[in-house]
Ligand binder design. Sequence first.
Ligand code: PLP
Length: 248
Amino acid sequence: MMTTSVSEELRERLRVTREEINQAAISVGRNPAEITLLPVSKTFPPEVISQALSLGEMRFGENKAQELRDKAQALTHPELQWVMIGYLQSNNARYVARYASEIQSLDRLSLAKTLQRRLELENRHLDALVQIKTSPEPSKYGVAPEDAADFVAQIAQLCPRLHIKGLMTMAVNSEDESAVRACFRHLKALQIELKALNIEGVSLERLSMGMSGDFKLAIEEGSTEVRLGTAIFGHRKQQRDYYWPEGR
Ligand SMILES: *Cc1c(COP(=O)(O)O)cnc(C)c1O
């Protein structure tokens, strides 16, 4: 019988990280079960993802459409789900339409329309989180908070194959805890504001916020999903390139 060799280090990182997530939730009186961990596997090869699969992880975040496609072709498991979390050029939308179960970086109407067309061709549907720009950094993608209500309403109307489930953001990259926290609070406040509008056909229950460096703060501020790369898989080569892919 074949045995999968599981990296003990990966097992330990997952265990410790889940414990940290639970602690952060409990520290503010939240139920840890409300918080999902999305392992971000970008730059790590299929073999590493296989190990995580054998440890029970079934969803993985990728930030480049072609890398997501290559991994989806390399790894087949009936429960495996790919989540697009990075800037998506419209000419690569077909890979996301074909292979992903979800996009968290939906940030413009032209992309949504392209995805809608591609999803019709593939006869598929995609869950989507709207990426919101909560930080003044020029390199952060996302819909401006003041445009979010119109954006969500338009997608609900024009793109029936995209199912909006919530919002996503990346906080400012700063040592200043209060600046990071402000980004998360901003997203939480926007969620409340948008929910009050009762836009038909959309759910806004999910808040994807928090990465390896700031997930505890994000959980304290209401995150329902943390996207963790380094904390789970270790350091990446070319760390910076992989936050700002595709021509940055
Ligand atoms: C890379 C990436 C992450 C994970 O970053 P870590 O700091 O390694 O946890 C989360 N979200 C997005 C959008 C990313 O590109």
